[in-house]
Design a protein. Structure first.
Length: 445
């Protein structure tokens, strides 16, 4: 479905969401479900054209905190029952959740022991595999231990393994086959609830009256008034916060980070679709992850190991959208080390995007010191899977805070519709304390 823009920009709304990625679309849907008149504004030409389109869309449950695991486990029910979550019984094509399972290799920093303890508390099914089981369940894998990850130019990169790895397997994990379509599905559902989407509109100002937001100003001078504004602008979220004059109270910062995801032909281990749609593999031992993709391909990304340079950007608009030969060779060669039958093509293929990253790689779902101005930021890299829940978190915050609740002093809790797990939203506070060792500080969350 192609969203038809209104003939004119609406002068007012009950809530404005800045950003039409998967997070912004989810927030718009849940706010619209509360009866609010919602307007979504995005500088791109359509839904999910930013970070969402570069997402690997992996659905996994291994996080380093209770709230991370509980959120991912709750959200997976939304993906598994996608039409029900959207409230649609037909119409346009829907994104599909592919339940392939996920393998987390037992590298020293993988957190498998901690993950098992959290899985037991949350109720996530799992299996522990030794090296022999790993080889039998994932044909073609080399179970050698190569820790820590190393750059290709390091002589030690090609040294022999030091022992073998086992793994943690979660059978209910997998991936969403089209992340941009998933965002479009959420937007279509929001439009069905009365939300309106405006594309190719750049926000140049945040309106305020005293200590309260009153709307936004667009580049052409148009003003959209609203008592609630939600920043879901992805890599541009920091700039929008500065326009709003918020952020001084944040203890956690956000920054744009360029990342690449590469696509290669999957190795023919036994042949057949069963092998092509094998499990997602998270390999922090070598510093990569991979997931199957329709058409006999693999998507390969980075777990952002310490040995690799970080490409921080001052301006997300300056990002080179094309994969580079050096990163392609590094990431694909690492996967070929794990799967020796994988070829390393000479020409890089894939996509580059910009992550919106917090200091501890955990998102911020919160109010701000500017009344009515909320944030759903720092979500890139590991929050696509939680988008349905992020929308509900923000709707809960807006409902309760706008009614007078002091979320800073008395943090709200969200009770999962599907699991009954209670998620303390203080874990996503802009003012949270990031204790040394309390978070993974990696893209794995």
């Amino acid at each position: 479905m192609t969203i038809r823009e209104p003939d004119r920009v609406p002068p007012g709304a009950d809530a404005v969401v800045v950003g039409a990625g998967v997070i912004g679309a989810a927030v718009a849907l849940e706010l619209a479900r509360t009866g609010r008149r919602v307007v979504v504004v995005d500088k791109s030409g359509g839904v999910g054209h930013g970070s969402t389109s570069a997402s690997s869309a992996i659905i996994r449950f291994n996080f380093s905190t209770w709230e991370g695991v509980a959120s991912a486990w709750e959200a997976h029910y939304c993906w598994a029952r996608w039409a029900d979550h959207l409230g649609t019984s037909g119409g346009p094509a829907l994104a599909g959740f592919r339940r392939t399972g996920a393998v987390l290799l037992d590298a020293p920093d993988s957190g498998t022991s901690e993950a098992v303890a959290l899985f037991d508390r949350v109720g996530v099914p799992y299996e522990r595999w030794d090296a022999a089981t790993l080889r039998s369940r994932v044909p073609g894998i080399d179970t050698g231990r190569h820790w820590p990850p190393k750059p290709l130019h390091d002589e030690a990169f090609f040294a022999g393994p030091q022992g073998e790895l086992g793994a943690l397997f979660t059978p209910d994990a997998g991936f969403v086959d089209d992340p941009r379509l998933a965002a479009q599905n959420l937007a279509d559902a929001a439009v069905g609830r009365g939300a309106r989407f405006l594309f190719r509109r750049t926000v140049t100002g945040v309106l305020r009256g005293g200590d309260r937001v009153t709307g936004i100003r667009l580049a052409d001078g148009t003003r959209i008034t609203a008592p609630v504004v939600v920043n879901a602008a992805g890599p541009w979220s920091g700039a929008l916060n500065r326009l709003a004059g918020v952020g001084a109270e944040f203890t956690v910062a956000v920054r744009p980070l360029r990342q690449e995801v590469h696509q290669v032909a999957a190795p023919a281990v036994r042949g057949g679709a069963e092998d092509v749609l094998g499990p997602v593999v998270a390999d922090t031992d070598l510093g990569t992850y991979l997931r199957p993709a329709p058409g006999g391909h693999l998507l390969i990304g980075s777990t952002v190991p310490a040995c690799d340079p970080m490409e921080w950007l001052d301006d997300p608009d300056t990002c080179n959208p094309h994969p580079t030969a050096s990163r392609f060779e590094t990431q694909v060669t690492r996967v070929a080390r794990r799967f020796p039958l994988l070829g390393v093509p000479n020409r890089p293929t894939g996509i580059a995007g910009v992550y919106d990253v917090t200091d501890d790689w955990s998102p911020i779902y919160d109010r701000t010191d500017l009344n009515g101005f909320y944030v759903a930021i720092g979500t890139s890299g590991n929050q696509f899977k939680n988008a349905p829940l992020a929308g509900r978190f923000l709707a809960t915050l807006v409902d309760r805070v706008e009614a007078g609740h002091d979320h800073d002093r008395d943090p709200l809790r969200y009770v999962g519709e599907h699991t009954g797990n209670v998620i303390d939203l203080a874990a996503f506070s802009r003012k949270r304390h990031v204790a040394e060792g309390a978070a993974s500080r990696t893209v794995m969350g």
